[in-house]
Design a binder for this molecule. Sequence first.
Ligand code: F6R
Length: 610
Amino acid sequence: MCGIIGYTGHRPAVPVVIEGLRRLEYRGYDSAGVGFVQGRELHILRAAGKLRQLENKLASCGTFLATSAIGHTRWATHGAPTEANAHPHKAFRGGVCLVHNGIFENYAEHKQILQGKGCVFSSETDTEVLVNLVADERVPGVSLLEAFALALRKAQGAYAVALMDQDEPDVLYAARHSAPLLLGIGRGENYVASDIPAFLPYTRDVVFLEDGEIVRITPASWQIFSLADLMPVSKSAQRIDWDMQSAQKDGFRHFMLKEIFEQPRAIAECMAGRTDASRTAVRIPEMDALPVPSRLRIIACGTSFHAGLWILPLLEEWAGIPTNVEIASEFRYRKPLLAPGETTLVISQSGETADTLAALRIARERHSPVIGLCNVVGSSIARETDAVIFTQAGPEISVASTKALCSQMLVLLLMALYWGQRQNSLPKGLAPEALRALDGLPAQLETALPVLRTEARALAWQHASARSMFFLGRGQSYPLALEGALKVKELSYIHAEGYAAGEMKHGPIALIEPDFPSFFLAPHDALFAKSRSNLEEVQARRGPVVVLTNSPKPGLHLDARQAWIIPDAWGPLKGFFFLPALQLFSYEAATYLGKDVDQPRNLAKSVTVE
Ligand code: F6R
């Protein structure tokens, strides 16, 4: 949510910053801006809307002499997404400007004080208050670094900030607290950014900043200090192995489609190194040092929450671990009781989701061992857990999460097997059978995806004009139904509800009418007969129904008005085919309706505000 990039070096800085912002677009934004010093004067250009609007403005001014700049894509929190509220913000006095990701919670009180000192504000933002606080602290004898630190110590809330001053045009300052920020280290040039893709074409050497750290970069140097006392902090750069190719579209029209089609590879990469040589047992060395949980509490948001719901029955059935699954934003504002020995598992693709991070910290305060399941190496959640398992799905750029969920489901399945092995609670032969089936999964899915896409497109075109839809399922199909509905909502802006099929008769069935379609998930699993009865209840109310099911077999047949036959697989692996079917349906519906698939309105990839 919001993207920051700062550059200081030998290249024309504004194009580097604009290009970096473009690679951060996936984070979601509604305005953008850039600040740079040229001819000893600070220039700020901002525009509401997409980067193209900002570039149109930049086209009429020569920026090529500036070799350092800061840029920002803003996702509105305080004040509408207008040009005046876009970042950078400049201090009323002096030549300092600042970009900010996060929320400065006590800004109103400081705004009043600053207004009392004659400061005039031109935006509604908390950020403009912060930059004026810096200017206010900068009295003779106080360096900009000191003034920046003094201002940040007064700011409550979450932030990642970058700052520049027209009197020191080659120097950038930046700091973080509960929002992502990292350094890219180049030769004769350095970067600060919210995420690695921003500077990936130029350097892979990265320094991950921690909360409470403040940095000063010049083209030739970088120094990190502790915000508390400005003492130097010693750190070294890490080389990361992402390549630009995996962060680009590879010929697909949208990142989302590319990422759906990457799921076979994500599964294969996620499996790598996680079984023994004979393929009979699961290995997760990251978890060996932790005891098998006596109880497990899974905490996550959105799609990652659905991954938690999906694994719940298998953790109980295979590993004998009583489990519950909670939404992070609910958990963090209760006074949760964690039983002794209860382990917490937080699931997050980005590893930066503010609510999940807060929930993690609460669980740790209550002495619960915390395991993280993340996709982003070096993310805050990855760094703060007792053990972290990476999904290894590669960068996910599209705002709507697809391959991350597939890889989360896979790792969670392996975790259920792994704990089942340690508990000796797995039915005999189950692990080798599961692993054999998993071995064949990437190739099967690779073959299935193009067919599923064609079928999804036909169904999407038929149903995309509906105003509302149901997605219904039972057991492990219930979280997939929730996910199908979430994807349709976020991408097509069609109202869609995911429901447990068995609950329909307790109220929602009243909604069924001839223009309200229901997508019914009925795989050939232990609940098939129950799902069939629920389907009949809905069909009897004359609602249009599309049943996603496996190819009919003796005894496993249902009477569907419209059936979508999904390839079958061993046991819970069926979900790995139902999931992309739903993802492709939502993708095709959204493109048919002309929506911005990779950057749906009002959404951000990494939700770093609560
Ligand atoms: C939906 C989606 C979101 C995220 C949620 C949690 O497509 O992407 O619902 O799943 O914001 O994000 P992470 O997993 O990064 O914590």
